[in-house]
Design a protein around this ligand. Structure first.
Ligand code: NAD
Length: 397
């Protein structure tokens, strides 16, 4: 099969196995090049559970744990396997490539594919931990999902990306049509806010920690972190102070609840705030593609641009596994300072005010945004022949 990108709206509906493998290789090579940063830490992760391990920040976390610290990794994700006629999802191919590399390098790697919100998947993970790892000493929670079935009632909750309190009219960028246009977003009602918190809030993170503790699978002093985006004024109306921001606030509540509930085991729970980046999750949020293509422009000029793997290397080396790591007033680890500082935000705001359809390609890093978007699906990678016939089937060995 010759595999070329099929972009539909904010998603690409296919993926390239060799391009995905090349992206995993690049992230492994970056991590290996940072060896000294990881070696400096006394307390190191050994047995790691990554919930949402196949793409974006979760994949970067898995690679950092394995290739930065030599940790065994158990991953959880929700991906589609390929068939002879249809490619698998990017997360499927990333996971196949990660397994192949980790096993070749003598490292344990296992992945469970299914609904992380369900009791069944939690039971399967516990079974695998008991059989293969004994206990886990780091749990990374990196899920991004538009819906969640409550494991007890079976009710399916859907998240909404809407402002809270009042309607909001703003510019946005349609990546598919290459068009800047105005969107008017109606405020969410109480039900929509509640449902978004159910999906993207901290409840499921807590349920994971409770299930692991009850099964005796949490090591003494276990670390756990869930990822958030806080941002600044430009994104607050649609993110920080919007439905998704309400869900993310609930992570702070959950972190405190986890620390209290599992104090006997000395479990340390932190929310980690990361920078805005092109991922499958962020491409779906109105405003974010425009905002991200502008911050790419500014941060590349400042020399502060980072991708998922660079952000997560910093999080592990300078926060999670550093002595006396700095936190903010809510005990969050902040890795977003290079994006959210006032000077950088002022430059982004100036571009934001000027940007129109006519000058977009000049003011924003349109090329960088598009390249990163295609690379999420294994396209636009150096060294991959996209005209070649490739077998779409890849297995997780
Ligand atoms: P992503 O879409 O790349 O990854 C989501 C992961 O969740 C994938 O591994 C997917 O398989 C898994 N997943 C989704 N639903 C699942 C389910 N029901 N069961 C099992 N696995 C499931 O997203 P991302 O951008 O890396 O986001 C990860 C976290 O980082 C999110 O909490 C997000 O809010 C946060 N974050 C993202 C950004 C950003 O700009 N992308 C910035 C800061 C924080």
């Amino acid at each position: 099969m010759v595999i070329q990108p099929k972009v539909r709206g904010f998603i690409c509906t296919n993926a390239h196995p060799e391009g995905c493998a090349a992206s995993v290789d690049n992230q492994i090579a970056f991590t290996q090049s940072q060896g000294e940063r990881f070696a400096a830490n006394a307390n190191q992760p050994k047995n790691v559970l990554v919930i949402g391990c196949s793409t974006g920040y979760g994949l970067a976390s898995r690679i950092t744990a394995a290739y930065g610290y030599g940790a065994k990794t158990l991953g959880i994700c929700f991906e589609k396997a390929p068939t002879e006629r249809k490619t698998g999802t990017a997360g499927w191919y990333n996971t196949a490539a990660f397994h192949e590399r980790a096993h070749a390098d003598g490292m344990y790697a296992k992945t469970l594919n299914g609904d992380a919100f369900s009791n069944e998947l939690k039971a399967q993970a516990i079974e695998a931990i008991k059989a293969d790892l004994g206990k886990v000493d780091l749990v990374v929670y990196s899920l991004a999902s538009p819906r969640r079935a409550d494991p007890v009632s079976g009710t399916v909750f859907k998240s909404t990306l809407k402002p809270v309190g009042q309607a909001y009219t703003t510019k946005t960028y349609d990546t598919d049509k290459d068009l800047i246009h105005t969107v008017e977003l109606e405020p969410a009602n109480e039900q929509e806010i509640h449902d978004t918190v159910k999906v993207m809030g901290g409840e499921d993170w807590e349920l994971w920690l409770d299930a692991l503790a009850d099964a005796g699978c949490l090591a003494e002093g276990c670390e756990t972190t869930a990822y958030t985006y806080i941002g600044k004024e430009l994104t607050w109306p649609i993110y920080g102070q919007a439905t998704i921001g309400k869900a993310k606030e609930d992570l702070d509540r959950a972190a405190a609840a986890i620390r209290t509930k599992h104090a006997q085991l000395n479990v340390d729970a932190h929310v980690s705030s990361l920078k805005a980046l092109v991922t499958q999750a962020s491409s779906a949020i109105p405003v974010m593609p425009l905002y991200i293509s502008l911050i790419y422009k500014v941060m590349k000029e400042e020399g502060t641009h980072e991708g998922c793997i660079e952000q997560i290397a910093g999080l592990f080396a300078e926060r999670l596994y550093a002595d006396n790591a700095e936190t903010d007033e809510t005990r969050r680890y902040r890795m977003d300072g290079k994006e959210t500082n006032d000077a950088t935000q002022a430059k982004i705001k100036a571009l934001w005010d000027q940007v129109t359809q006519e000058n977009f390609h000049e003011l924003a890093d349109y090329k960088g945004y598009h390249q990163d978007f295609l690379q999420l699906f294994g396209f636009a990678m150096d060294g991959v022949d996209y005209d070649a016939d490739v077998d779409p089937i890849r297995e997780w060995k």
